[in-house]
Design a protein around this ligand. Structure first.
Ligand code: GFB
Length: 311
């Protein structure tokens, strides 16, 4: 079931953080027949449009990297958008992949699907063993529905739809808009602007005690191509580094990389979210895959990209 270099591969969401990294990886590996559509060209929430697209283009492999995503505040503010748009997109893409005989589909979930207080590091088998984190349960339920949908189609229709669960991601092409971004890009932007404007202090959200794991998106793309070519099991599989750190340490690391000399203040009116969500990546390691980009190097790469593309 491995892709060959001229397989017709559709990357849904190719302009996003994950989709654009998967494109870079596939092109580097010599896959030449990539099928792409921008959001303007194809509304993935539109069932008829997606059915017509699949009938016309007949992709053989699908990376389902299109989703409505965002950080903790975006999830808390727009839960209806998160659940509606993600269910609509994945329902259409998974169902059409089945109807049109797609050879294999890779569905991207997220580490927020796991229970808020499950044992750490989190094993795939802990899914649905407890209450979800309230700040993002709409998004999490949508992603869990996508997982169960892939597993149900595999069972009933003998499809080959795999579901991968990445930890928090960062890297080039991330969203740096402070209202709906994730923490790492938000802090790069905050410290960069504070340095430029000689601000006295930077407000960081929460208490800083929440622990997070961060994987560079180039490593994620590498893992997705590896799993598309080697993993054919319905069980979900975690993708991460297996290391985490407190937001407090992350803030100090980014402040030093940016070279900001001012103070850090803590805005406790903002939520910490789940106290910890470190993934157990031993199953992925047993398959022979390990991340390559460590956090400090990854942040430096991302900051260089940010300065070149946002100034
Ligand atoms: O990255 P983040 O928004 O998402 O927040 P989650 C991570 C931690 O960073 C929280 C803190 O404890 C935030 O309070 N933080 C500190 C900040 N300063 C900032 C800031 O300026 N911006 C942001 N955004 N956070 C998301 C889920 O949870 O994880 C998504 O809501 C998705 O659905 C994603 O699953 C991977 O890691 O808390």
């Amino acid at each position: 079931m491995n892709m060959n270099k001229n397989s017709k591969i559709y990357i849904a969401g190719h302009n996003g953080l994950v989709g654009s990294a998967i494109i870079r990886r596939l092109q580097k590996d010599g896959y030449t027949n990539l099928l792409l559509r921008t959001h303007k060209e194809l509304e993935l929430a539109d069932q008829r449009a997606v059915a017509e697209f699949f009938a016309k283009e007949k992709p053989e492999y699908v990376f389902l990297a299109a989703a409505k995503v965002g950080g903790i505040m975006a999830n808390q503010t727009y839960p209806a958008d998160f659940i509606y748009e993600n269910l609509a997109i994945q329902n259409n893409l998974i169902h059409q992949s089945y109807l049109k005989g797609v050879k294999k589909l890779l569905f991207l979930g997220s580490s927020c699907i796991y229970p808020r207080l499950c044992p750490q590091p989190i094993k795939e088998k802990y899914l649905l063993s407890g209450k979800l984190e309230p700040t993002n349960n709409a998004y999490a339920i949508a992603k869990i529905a996508g997982i169960i949908m892939c597993q149900s189609y595999n069972k009933q229709y003998n499809t080959n739809f795999i579901s991968v669960m990445p930890t928090n991601l960062y890297g080039q092409n991330d969203n740096f808009n402070l209202d709906d971004s994730h923490v790492l890009p938000a802090l790069i932007k905050k410290f960069h602007e504070a340095k430029k404007n000689k601000a006295k202090e930077v407000a960081v959200w929460g208490t800083g005690n929440a622990m997070r794991e961060f994987l560079h998106v180039d490593d994620l793309a590498n893992a997705c191509v590896f799993l598309m070519n080697s993993y054919n099991d319905s069980e979900i599989i975690n993708i991460g580094t297996g290391e985490d750190l407190p937001i407090k340490k992350l803030a100090e690391l980014i402040r030093n990389i940016v070279g900001y000399k001012g103070k850090i203040s803590w805005d406790s009116t903002k939520p910490d979210g789940t106290p910890r969500k470190l993934l157990d990546v031993s199953r992925l390691h047993q398959l022979g895959w390990k991340h390559k980009i460590n956090l400090e190097k990854g942040i430096k790469m991302t900051y260089e990209w940010y300065k070149k593309n946002n100034e």
